[in-house]
Design a protein. Sequence first.
Length: 244
Amino acid sequence: MRATTAASVIALTLMLASSTKGQTTERFEVASVRISPPGSTAKPSWSDTGGTTFTATNVPLKILVQMAYEVDEKQISHEGLLGSEQYNVVARPEGGGALTSERLKPMLMALLADRFGLVTHRETRTVSGYALVKGKERPKLRASESSRAGQAATFRGRIVGRATEMVVLASMLGRPLGAPVVDKTGIKGTYDFELNFAPVESPDSSLPSIFTAIKEQLGLKLESQKVPLQMLVIDNCQRVPTEN
């Protein structure tokens, strides 16, 4: 079981990004969903994919929605409908078998609809953000030789990518910047990279700012722009789940 971090939330939502079009929606055969006991101080945590059971402890609805709908926290518009309560979830799929990332996303969506009455729609809004573009010099990117699916993670002051496309890098830059980033580099293919920068909350760090690091380490740059952002709008949500 993993504790919640920016890296783990992003990594999981990236893993869940596989398309499920044309597939019959699976549901959990058995699912226990309860509000966490009052006074619980444990950090939110959830099971890794690949097991036969999905478990989550002290997890807010917002994180479950992020997992199910492949969105960042800033892409969720809920007007307080998701609340601040935390939940404990134990769920097993119909027919058993491993809970791969491809299976988990639609099953979580069905669980949220069934137990919380979650109703959503998507819309695109224009917001202040950044465009990731080429710098004046040649990009300092190393083409990946890996045949595996891309992997990327963001940590405090560091972003690491293996066989990663520029659109994924742009998306991950949004976390430390606190604003959406769109890829306008025009660079195709996958790359291995490591970006090290001073966290915003550490102004005395010896590392460069994220803007300087992108320029010096990757040969790219960020431009402030109005950018489109796809939002997940919560239309309805009952914060007390239906009976198990």
